[in-house]
Every structure is written in structure tokens, then in C-alpha cells.
Design a protein around this ligand. Structure first.
Ligand SMILES: Cc1cc2nc3c(=O)[nH]c(=O)nc-3n(C[C@H](O)[C@H](O)[C@H](O)COP(=O)(O)O)c2cc1C
Length: 332
């Protein structure tokens, strides 16, 4: 699959028509669909192709000297959850950044109205867009308009994501996490570095409510109990060389990757390790319930789901208290 900017008006019109007509669940009003097809001819236009076939596109529209709007985007349903929306966005954001724009806005139907639009909201949030304002009657009462904003010049979306991650210990919405998303999060964990590439970390995702229930019966006090899924982190004490074993470092790197991937996909989580590795050996009880052999330790679990509230912001020491240049402070 490739992403490229399209400049010919006729090609823009034929791509936007083919995609928008296939996405009538989102673009059901003929008049607005035709508006996007017509106007897209004059907008910066990015398209995704499978072979030669267009499978998605995104257009930007200038709304001020320093501001652009993500005016319209669509990806064919068969290609959803392949990361194409993100790639299209990244191509468009790079273009907008280079063109000197400061902010990008995007509008959608406010969260909590329709499941399809809730997914759209989560997608924009996962790209790093922040809620700016809701205009309840800009479109109509059944479709309150949520405006999102992003500072294009501040940081790139990956860095922004990393700075936004927080431990979430609140309740989760009763919305299942699709297997593809769990797999993406686990892939991120498995992609982490490991000492001497020994790959000492293994993972078990649990999304079966009966199994989750059994696990939560042994997690005492309760933690992440309302999450529709969890990822259990297993480790093996494999020596890298001589008596050196990097399994703790390996699974820590895997966990951080998974926490970031979860936030990238619009979920929240928390690193629960201290909770299950104390003298009460909850981790072993969980491992036994999952049929994990004795030579693996279950050292951590990560609840995964859509948060009901915002994560708290713990106080962090200042930069100067923890990080320095060219030596420890006070050393002349
Ligand atoms: C090794 C390790 C073990 C942790 N175990 C737990 C735990 O058992 N329960 C918990 O609520 N948080 C646990 N956390 C999360 C930390 O409390 C949290 O990262 C810290 O308070 C900083 O907050 P932040 O993640 O929002 O930046 C653990 C974190 C690490 C790195």
C-alpha cells in the first residue's frame, strides 16, 4: 500500500467519488457528499492505494493564514484498522507543518451519540487532537459538532503520545476491545528491544469475560476490574551470557511499548506489577488459571479498555531535579 499526494483535479474528483460513495454510512447526504467531491479538487489531497486502486483519501482546507482543517477523510471499510488513516494523517500533517501552518482542526459528531462516530473520536484523539469546543447546533441537534485542535508545530504525534501517557486506575466503558487492537498492542510489546535479543518476554491477552472474571477473583485488592480486556506479561529467566539475565529490562521495555500503543489506539491502561508480585503471589495464581508452565513468571498485567474518565496527573519532579547536562550538578 502506498500513500501519495494527488495534484490533478480530475484524479482527485474520481478518487473522492469512489471512496465517499462506498462510505454511505458516514456520507449519506448526497448534497454534502457532492460538496466534498467538488471542493476536494482545489484542496491539498492525499490518497492511499492498494496496487493502483484508491482505497482512502484525506483533504486539507485552509481556514486561516496559520490554520488548516482536516476537511474530509475516508478509508474503504475493508481497509479499516490497517493503520491507513494514521498514515494519511501523517502525510497531511507533514505537508501542513512544512507549509508553515500552526494548527490543524477537525470536526466530527460529539462522542456518546453513535458508535461509528465514537470510533472516529477515538481515532482523532489517538492522533493527538485535543477537544476544543462542542457546537451543539452547528449541524443539527442530533449531530452536535465536536471541534478538535492540534498544535502542528509543538511536537510530532509520537512524542506527544509519549508525553500524554498516564497510569489509569479508573473505571472502563463496557465496550469490547477488538482482537486486531489487542494484537497491535501485543505486536508493539514484542517489538521492544531485549538484551542479546533473547526475547524473554511472552504475552497472553484475555478478552473472554469468564476468564477475566476468574482472574479478577484472585486480584486482591481489585484493580482494572471493569476493563474488557487485559494483557498478562510473562517472563523467562534466560541468561544472555555468563550469569547475566536481562529479563526484567526486557519485559519493562515491552510493557512501556504496550502502554504507548494502547494510548495510540485510544485506550487507557496501567502497569500493575507491584500489585501481583508481593508475598501473596497473585501473579502465580493468575498464571495457574491461564495454564502457564512453572518456568514462566506472570509479572504484570495491563488492563485495556476505553476509559470512563481522565487519568490523574501524578506530581513529577522537575527536569532540573532529575536530568542534567555534562555531569552531576555541583561538580565544577
Ligand atoms: C515496575 C512498576 C510497577 C508498577 N506497579 C503498579 C501497581 O502494582 N499498581 C499500580 O497502581 N501502579 C503500578 N505502577 C504504576 C506507577 O505507580 C506509575 O507509573 C507512577 O505512579 C507514575 O505515574 P504515571 O504512570 O501516570 O506517570 C507500576 C509502575 C512500574 C514501573
Amino acid at each position: 500500500m502506498t500513500i501519495r499526494q494527488v495534484t490533478a483535479a480530475s484524479e482527485k474528483a474520481s478518487i473522492s467519488r469512489s471512496i465517499l460513495e462506498a462510505l454511505r454510512d458516514w456520507f449519506e447526504v448526497d448534497e454534502s457528499r457532492e460538496y466534498y467531491i467538488r471542493e476536494s479538487k482545489g484542496w491539498p489531497f492525499f490518497a492511499a492505494f492498494d496496487g493502483g486502486k484508491p482505497i482512502g483519501f484525506l483533504c486539507l482546507k485552509e481556514t486561516g493564514k496559520q490554520t488548516v482543517e482536516l476537511a474530509v477523510m475516508g478509508v474503504l471499510k475493508a481497509y479499516h484498522r490497517h493503520g491507513l488513516g494514521r498514515q494519511l494523517f501523517e502525510a497531511a500533517a507533514a505537508y501542513a507543518r512544512n507549509a508553515g501552518y500552526q494548527f490543524m482542526q477537525v470536526k466530527t459528531v460529539r462522542e456518546g451519540m453513535y458508535p461509528d462516530y465514537d470510533a472516529t473520536n477515538r481515532f482523532y484523539q489517538s492522533l493527538g487532537f485535543c477537544e476544543l469546543e462542542v457546537f451543539p447546533e452547528l449541524w443539527d441537534k442530533d449531530n452536535p459538532c465536536q471541534v478538535y485542535i492540534m498544535n502542528l508545530q509543538k511536537t510530532d504525534p509520537g512524542l506527544d503520545l509519549l508525553l500524554r501517557r498516564r497510569s489509569y486506575r479508573g473505571k472502563y466503558k463496557p465496550v469490547p476491545v477488538p482482537r486486531e487492537d489487542l494484537k497491535t498492542i501485543m505486536d508493539a510489546g514484542l517489538a521492544a528491544p531485549s538484551g542479546c535479543n533473547k526475547q524473554t518476554t511472552s504475552l497472553i491477552a484475555v478478552d473472554d469475560p469468564t476468564v477475566l472474571e476468574k482472574l479478577h477473583q484472585v486480584i486482591d485488592p481489585p484493580a482494572g476490574a471493569t476493563a474488557p480486556a487485559m494483557i498478562c506479561v510473562l517472563t523467562q529467566r534466560i541468561f544472555a551470557y555468563r550469569d547475566r539475565c536481562f529479563s526484567v529490562q526486557d519485559y519493562s521495555a515491552a510493557i512501556e511499548n504496550m502502554l504507548l500503543a494502547a494510548v495510540a489506539l485510544g485506550y487507557q491502561s496501567c502497569w500493575f506489577e507491584g500489585h501481583i508480585t508481593d508475598e501473596d503471589r497473585i501473579g502465580r495464581k493468575m498464571a495457574d488459571l491461564l495454564g502457564v508452565p512453572e518456568d514462566y513468571d506472570l509479572v504484570c498485567f495491563l488492563p485495556v479498555g476505553i476509559a470512563e474518565s481522565e487519568p490523574g496527573a501524578p506530581r513529577k519532579k522537575s527536569f532540573d531535579e532529575r536530568a542534567w547536562f555534562n555531569g552531576f550538578p555541583g561538580r565544577d
